[in-house]
Design a protein around this ligand. Sequence first.
Ligand code: FES
Length: 140
Amino acid sequence: MENFEPGIIAFVCNWCTYTAADLAGTSRKKYPANVRLIRVMCTGMVDPKYILKAFLEGADAVLVSGCHPGDCHYINGNYKARRRIKLLHEILPNFSIEKERLRLTWIGASDGIMFADTIDTMVDQVKKLGPLTQDKRMVI
Ligand code: FES
């Protein structure tokens, strides 16, 4: 597994984490190319089915990242996301999927460095976990 490069799908809120990712880029703060960003208008619109589908279709890990509590542009979308992720954290181990493969973070628009550090950390953690094997995907 020395050469394992995890694939990470990141659902990022347009108003904060997407902007932070953009800021990381324009600030020339490097982060691993393992992540594919999916820009959403709010983390509250990230249906748990999207997350399961990401795992099913090859993601080794999924990140959902949005506005800090109290800063959601749609009032309570990030609280909804937090409840959903908590529920998925309880469900995923039943499918032998480590809950560390799904992460929720709050990263504001000015936190470009935090975004890059989050991706760095997540890639390291998923490398330690290893790839999400096909047999685990089959039981979802
Ligand atoms: S608008 Fe960013 S999480 Fe809701």
